[in-house]
Design a protein around this ligand. Sequence first.
Ligand code: PGA
Length: 251
Amino acid sequence: MARTRIPLIAGNWKMNGLKADAIALAKAVAEGVKQGGWKDREVLVCPPATLVMAVADAVKGSGLLVGGEDCHAKASGAHTGDISAEMLKDAGATHVIVGHSERRTDHGEKDATVRAKAEAAWRAGLLPIVCIGETLAEREAGKTLAVLETQLKGSIPAGATAARLVVAYEPVWAIGTGKTPTTPEVAAAHAHIRKVLGGIVPDAAGVRLLYGGSVKGSNAVELLAAGDVDGALVGGAALKADEFLAIAKAV
Ligand code: PGA
């Protein structure tokens, strides 16, 4: 039987936040989560690595989850400047985003790297959020579904199950641009993702699929209602507590 898909609203803070403001933001979100008393959804914030521990400590007991934005594939070693999944776990994280398009673009990460990072997340006891998405050129060339399929097949490790995997569909051209696909376009992408997952994950019907790219309070209801959308990965709007909580409320 398919596992029930508990909606997940995840905030990706990217390279934003110094301690004082970040703690204030996290506490405000945690307060909203506490007041919401939600049993039917999960809310996660992913701060920059320097703030994971401080944020995790600040929101402890509130129900707000904390994750990392990226991790290295190895547990430790000579990798100057990198952070392992084990380190994130040690800092209080429960989740980690892997394969975000900014990592793929800025750091040349390929599907195989993303897959290794997802495996690292499992090794450390973290839940990976694997990101995929087409560029504008790929969409305009009618290649969206094919690109998503290739990325899924390359980025998801063997042994994935619904309990061990979250997938985020983020069209690259929708990230930080204020542009979003139409609801039918989102539904079509998600339906295709779930179909492809059917050949990779034994209980694909239970995998949570997040939509990401210019999600805000004002469009969250519509985007979250699209077929096969089980939550959102939120960038810019996650930096304002009210806006982010409005998205969480829209579930
Ligand atoms: P955005 O970013 O919400 O600012 O478009 C989303 C993301 O990159 O995860």
